[in-house]
Design a binder for this molecule. Structure first.
Ligand code: MN
Ligand code: MN
Length: 302
């Protein structure tokens, strides 16, 4: 970002929100037993492009105890099972104005309360957001709501401020009560995303990584790495991307994988490991993007 960087206008965030809402509702019917995870992820990304926008990050398709950051690999054969609790999380970029939304589908029909807990926590959190309210107090609302259902919030996952071209812009909304003093201001844009679980209430990293973003460019020795880095800068900027997307552009999976390894070693990239509930509990999620106005939060993704 150079000196001429300007925030995108609110109208573009509104547009990114409207597209996300449409794609969210239209994509829900795709998630069913025996459907392919890869098909669903790619269909959602295709729907976003058809609307004249770009995916703000790879479609996350996280099942059961996986809380976030899984996206199918190229050639992934996995299918949804009729017992799966499925979180679909995706975002839209309109000229760098971003939206972020997620929903949970319970294919088993046995975890309705867990899904409801995250949705109700989202609604209560949004209703509580007003200029001057502290983010830590919204965490308290999320925590109380989810505990009211007999579940736990995931304490180490958070909502986040959004800025033009930047999905996680430095301020978080916790999912538990904290002393975090940041006060919402008119014009702030945030993703609000409670996670509920019947497990321990926190996630840990797994070994698997499918999603990356640019961290600090430079210091690469392999020609292929430099070539891949240029592609990443030109196409994704600071936004997260999937190994699957790179393999689409650079058909040698081995080359991509070796270049990614060098870029991680040199801290050119940041990795987003697949996150798993620490107690192996089931995880539900609900997410909207909001803008803070005088009277309170207005949902952009509906
Ligand atoms: Mn999200
Ligand atoms: Mn988010």
């Amino acid at each position: 970002m150079d000196d001429e960087f300007v925030e995108a206008p609110l109208s573009e965030f509104e547009q990114a929100g409207k597209i996300a809402a449409k794609v969210r509702e239209e994509s829900k019917s795709l998630v069913m037993a025996d459907a392919s995870l890869l098909d669903v992820a790619e269909t959602i990304e295709g729907m976003i492009v058809e609307e004249g926008a770009f995916p703000a990050f790879p479609t996350n398709v996280s099942i059961n105890e996986i809380a976030a950051h899984y996206t199918p690999e190229k050639g992934d054969q996995a299918l949804f099972k009729e017992t799966d609790l499925v979180k679909i999380d995706f975002g839209v970029s309109v000229n760098g104005a971003l939206s972020d939304t997620a929903y949970t589908i319970d294919l088993s029909d046995k975890n309705g309360k867990l899904v409801e807990a995250a949705e109700k926590a989202l609604a209560n959190a949004i209703a509580g957001i007003k200029p001057g309210v502290k983010v830590g107090d919204i965490g308290g609302i999320v925590e109380e709501t989810i505990k009211g259902y007999g579940f736990r919030p995931i304490a180490n996952l958070t909502g986040h401020m959004i800025k033009t071209g930047l999905l996680h812009a430095g301020i978080d909304i916790p999912n538990v009560k904290t002393e975090d003093p940041y006060e919402f201001q008119v014009g702030d844009i945030f993703a609000v995303e409670p996670f509920a679980t019947n497990g321990k209430g926190f996630v840990s990293d797994t070994e698997q990584v499918e999603i990356f973003s640019l961290y600090l460019p430079g210091g690469l020795r392999m020609r292929q790495s430099r070539q891949l880095l240029n592609h990443i800068i030109n196409n994704y900027g600071m936004l997260p991307f999937a190994e699957r997307w790179l393999v689409q552009e650079f058909p040698s999976k081995l080359l991509v994988s070796n270049a990614l390894k060098e870029m991680l070693r040199m801290q050119v990239l940041k990795a987003y490991p697949v996150l798993k509930e620490a107690g192996g509990g089931l995880v539900s999620q609900a997410e909207h993007t909001i803008v803070v106005e005088e009277e309170g939060a207005r949902i952009l993704t509906q």
